[in-house]
Design a protein around this ligand. Structure first.
Ligand code: DX5
Ligand code: ZN
Length: 217
């Protein structure tokens, strides 16, 4: 199976989101960054807007919840039409229950780790997850510099997934570009979020193809 490119709309034109998503027809999923001004110092949108976006496209939505109390809010994003819902482990009270609730609601369950959050405590939780997101910047803003310090953790996570014979996808998010995608792929990532790289390109869909080619090499 090839890699997946999941562009983030954080750097797209928020006044024209439907049209912005129509510019990336070859995206595997559209990465939707939900921020609440508490878990991260930035504010984007909530379930009502996500639901409208889900209705406007056939591309599956990949919600990345950078919010407090995901235990309460995450299932709402499955109901809003997201195919995959990622919560942050640093904010979750009961990650196992939450992952199961997301799956029970019909979504794919995913958990995110900030750059300094170790993966080892969560090894036994991996079978509960369809995807694990390793942040390669501190969450909150697009356009930040890729953190190479996360690569050893990515390698260790890939080894864990293989050791247990799991299908858990490994996603990276933050500073992913033509310059950094090969490093991530080599370290074991198979799903790549790219925000500014895609939406600062003259042709966002051509950038997806270029990223796919580099990451799949
Ligand atoms: C950052 C978000 C990312 C962001 C990535 O907190 O989670 O999804 O949009 O943007 P780039 O690719 O520009 O780092
Ligand atoms: Zn994100």
């Amino acid at each position: 199976m090839g890699i997946q490119i999941t562009p983030s709309i954080l750097n797209a034109d928020f006044a024209n989101l439907g049209a912005e998503v129509a510019r990336i027809p070859s995206a595997d999923m559209v990465h939707v960054d939900v921020m609440d001004n508490h878990f991260v110092p930035n504010l984007t949108f909530g379930p009502t807007m996500v639901e409208a976006l889900a209705r406007s496209t056939n591309i599956p939505l990949d919600a990345h919840l950078m919010i407090e109390d995901p235990d309460r809010h995450a299932p709402t994003y499955v109901e809003a039409g997201c195919a995959s819902v990622t919560f942050h482990v640093e904010a979750a009270r009961a990650p196992v229950r939450l992952a199961r609730e997301i799956r029970a609601a019909g979504g794919r369950a995913s958990m995110a780790l900030r750059p300094a959050t170790p993966v080892e405590p969560y090894e036994d939780l991996l079978p509960e997850l369809d995807m694990l997101l390793l942040m390669t910047v501190e969450p909150g803003f697009g356009g930040q510099k890729f953190l190479d310090m996360v690569l050893p953790k990515l390698r260790r996570t890939r080894a864990m997934v293989e050791r247990h014979g799991l299908q858990t996808l490994l996603q990276v998010d933050g500073g992913v570009s033509l310059e950094t995608i090969e490093r991530c792929a080599e370290a074991g990532a198979d799903v790549f979020v790219a925000g500014s790289a895609v939406y600062s390109a003259a042709d966002p869909d051509a950038m997806i193809a270029a990223l796919r080619e580099k990451g799949d090499a």
